[in-house]
Design a protein around this ligand. Sequence first.
Ligand code: GYE
Length: 308
Amino acid sequence: SSEPPSSDGGDGAEGGGDELISVGFSQVGAESGWRSANTMSIKDALTEENGFELSFSDAQQKQENQISAIRNYIAQGVDVIAFSPVVETGWDAVLEEAKGAGIPVVLTDRAVETTVEDAYVSFIGSDFVEEGARSGEWAVEQYDGEGYKVVELQGTTGSAPAIDRQQGFADAIEGSDLEVIDSQTGDFTRDGGKKVMEGFLTAHDDIDLVFAHNDDMGLGAVEAIEAAGMTPGEDIKIITIDGVKDGMAALAEGKFNYIVECNPLLGPDLAEVIQKTVAGEDVEERIVTQDEAFDQEGAKEALPDRQY
Ligand code: GYE
């Protein structure tokens, strides 16, 4: 770690001249296409050339793994800890420990619920309630008045995106003719989505629409629907969130009906927040990523330029 940072690697922070900023990052896992794109973005931004020395760990969707990774980073005395919390609650002790050690924490992607004051310097990520609401609003626009029966594939139980997307969707369809008749977690994975959808198809013969909290679970649902002899996107409509390449391809092919984007490319914002924090500059407490939404025509147009 003796390589000097490039000229764009920092803003010449006082005293930080030729030292790399050490960062410990605890990632949720590798559960989805979104997550892979997110990991790539973080690793691309926190390079030595940009002035960082990154320790990266994958928690395989287990909170206990994240907590021990964060404790290791505290013991190593890294300059900054960043993590994407798999679930919202249960972080108080470890956040208190980081604070006690004087190590600033940055949250990316998912929020925490904590009683620790000033537990983190910034939280960078999308507005998940908004994503759920946009999904629900589109569904109401398209399908209201037709007595639509909806099944929901939830993300990881207790995670911010699962809680918030469910809430946003429920609020948006309230008072409409759409009804959520079943809702279960598929843990944000393709396999999980497939299995839960198989169960839904066995239990209900009147499903009109799937609301999947991410593309991967929606793709799993496509497999289950096709295996049951039906046509996804027609016999059963599908709305998902994320907008990764496989999801956009399914939308362009007519297997999905709508995607609300969730931008995974958080690396550049994270790098900037860390540099400013180490330089003692003020950072925004909440950085909300901007998301788009796509229908089938929109996906056909966007697909060729999709980066991930
Ligand atoms: O939507 C899903 C991933 O936290 C926003 O996690 C993220 C979600 C994303 O597994 O695909």
